[in-house]
Design a protein around this ligand. Structure first.
Ligand SMILES: *Cc1c(COP(=O)(O)O)cnc(C)c1O
Length: 385
């Protein structure tokens, strides 16, 4: 189902009526205990997944229904973290001697996880947003998964997933897409050929930097059953209290993303005119966008920039009043980090350079503050560099 306009308004309400205890204001947390599973009452279709919270829970079920509506997905699984989702998805489909192709740069945690899979005998190769044409030559009979982010962390480059989906489809390979940076408000990956879409809910979807949680969705029932079963086996289930908070955060996803989109565009344009900054990356500055991203309402608040001098990068992140130096992203407050020291510090320097990340690179996660206030705060710092 393709949406004609950007946002699925019904998703704001989805899920809540399915919770027996929901009212208009709150969704109480309902933690089930161990029931006797051979009792007819608890093996009824309504209750069978809720007998024990690692398997399911009404509050989690209500959240998954809402997230599925946001992502145009038929099936979804809630996880303890974005990494919990990614490891369960990869673990569900990769066996010894299989191989995976992934797009670089990639979130540092995912990169570290891939290293573990490599040690366990999974083969891998990579491509970059500008070398998608290489993919076909990298595929062989062992290739099981192509893995990419829609907008890369930290370099904010769009990856043409429609083009990759065509290749994946013709070789019968699973396409897994991490859409955390764009959020389902701006883009829905399943509508453009991804088989599985994953999100760190800790970022835009919850939006308040007070929860760590994850989610994976699909329109393929067999894929769903496998991922859900992996989640229950490795125990990377999210908990109902976090599901409740994500549910509350997600109610304002649309409003928040409009502010993030505006700030991303306004600040990217402003930064790209500074003489101390070597380059600025944000999709709003790209002239020739891949076709699948042309109708996005915006591209969020994640900007990657590189200073000419490393000491300017350091001064910038330590001095801008409205930018808090902190890891994480996608919350209402603006944050700034140096990826080479934080989220991507586990990656080797050569790998970073090859992926276009430099030691004078800075990642901005713009919040929902007034654009004028952000402009003022940033221009004050730039003027003394
Ligand atoms: C943060 C992040 C993750 C990991 O999510 P957690 O909830 O921190 O485990 C995965 N992918 C991307 C793109 C992220 O930014």
């Amino acid at each position: 189902m393709k949406r004609s306009r950007g946002f699925n308004t019904e998703a704001v309400h989805a899920g809540e009526s399915s919770n027996r205890f929901a009212d208009a204001v709150t969704v109480p947390v309902f933690q089930t205990s161990n029931f006797l599973m051979n009792d007819e009452k608890y093996s009824s279709p309504d209750n069978v997944n809720n007998v024990y919270t690692r398997l399911g829970n009404p509050t989690i079920g209500a959240l998954v229904e809402k997230l599925n509506a946001l992502c145009n997905a038929s099936f979804g699984v809630f996880f303890s973290s974005g990494m919990g989702a990614i490891s369960a998805v990869l673990g569900s489909f990769l066996k010894k001697e299989d191989s995976i192709l992934f797009c670089r740069p990639i979130y540092g945690g995912t990169s570290a996880l891939l290293d573990e899979f490599r040690h366990a005998g999974i083969r891998m190769d990579s491509f970059t947003p500008s070398s998608i044409d290489r993919i076909t030559s990298l595929i062989d009979h062992t290739t099981r998964i192509i893995y990419t982010e829609t907008l890369t962390n930290p370099s904010s480059q769009l990856v043409d997933i429609e083009k990759i989906a065509t290749i994946a489809e013709s070789h019968n390979i699973l396409l897994v897409v991490d859409n955390t940076f764009l959020s389902p408000y701006n883009f829905t990956a399943l509508d453009h050929g991804a088989h599985i879409e994953v999100h760190s809910l800790s970022k835009y979807i919850n939006g308040h930097s007070d929860v760590v949680a994850g989610y994976a969705c699909t329109n393929d029932q067999a894929v769903y059953e496998r991922v859900r079963s992996m989640m229950t086996m490795i125990g990377s289930n999210g908990n109902p209290a976090d599901a409740f908070l994500v549910m509350r955060g997600a109610k304002t996803l649309g409003l928040r993303m409009q502010a993030h989109n505006t700030n991303g565009e306004v600040i990217a344009r402003f930064l790209s005119s500074s003489p101390v900054i070597k380059c600025v990356q944000h999709p709003s500055l790209v002239k020739d966008l891949p076709a699948c991203y042309r109708n996005c309402p915006g591209y969020g608040g994640m900007i990657y920039l590189e200073f000419f001098r490393e000491e300017d990068a350091m001064k910038f992140i330590r001095s801008a009043k409205l930018l808090t130096e902190a890891t994480s992203l996608g919350g209402v407050e603006s944050l700034v980090t140096m990826p080479s020291l934080t989220s991507h510090s586990s990656s080797a320097r050569d790998d970073l350079t090859e992926a276009g990340i430099s030691s004078s690179g800075v990642r901005l996660s713009l919040g929902v503050e007034d654009s004028e206030d952000l402009l003022k705060s940033i221009s004050e710092v730039l003027s003394v560099l």
